[in-house]
Design a protein around this ligand. Structure first.
Ligand code: ATP
Length: 133
């Protein structure tokens, strides 16, 4: 009895993805975790990173800017501030965002700016990573 999982990735703007999959690998705050069908109900915070899923023998990447994963009844719901499928990532834009963030970090104006620049840098690095695979 091989039931599949329904993966849904939602941001405040749109549904980025809604599809039946065989496996999800998610960037949990406490480390990556995997979800197979018939997983127990589960809620986890995500870090900025690359989520991947397997469907029809193919592995696909999705960038997620943190957020939450909820697993219940063979449905994986990801809620994130922003998320893009690998093929929708503009890698050149991410490279420019990375350069801007690095310049802001070098200035180290104050702690809030520094933390925001670090988060922007992390998003850019992970987008480049997800977009190049
Ligand atoms: P940038 O400085 O390039 O805007 P950012 O990290 O500040 O990057 P976000 O605030 O995470 O951007 O996202 C704003 C919107 O732009 C979201 O809808 C996100 O999906 C989209 N977005 C950001 N960067 C990219 C990218 N490199 N490729 C495709 N979409 C992107």
């Amino acid at each position: 009895m091989d039931k599949s999982l329904q993966l849904e990735i939602v941001t405040p703007d749109k549904v980025v993805l809604s599809e039946a999959v065989d496996y999800v690998g998610a960037p949990g705050f406490e480390g990556e975790f995997g979800i197979l069908p018939n997983h127990i109900p589960f809620l986890a915070a995500l870090r900025i990173g690359t989520l991947y899923f397997k469907a029809n023998g193919k592995t696909s990447n999705v960038f997620v800017s943190g957020g939450f994963a909820e697993i219940s009844d063979n449905k994986v719901s990801i809620l994130a501030e922003s998320a893009e499928r690998a093929e929708d990532i503009d890698v050149e834009r991410a490279r420019k965002a990375k350069e801007r963030a690095e310049a802001r970090i070098a200035q180290e104006r104050d702690r809030i700016d520094y933390a925001r620049a670090q988060a922007a840098l992390q998003r850019a690095i992970e987008r480049i990573n997800a977009g190049n695979h």
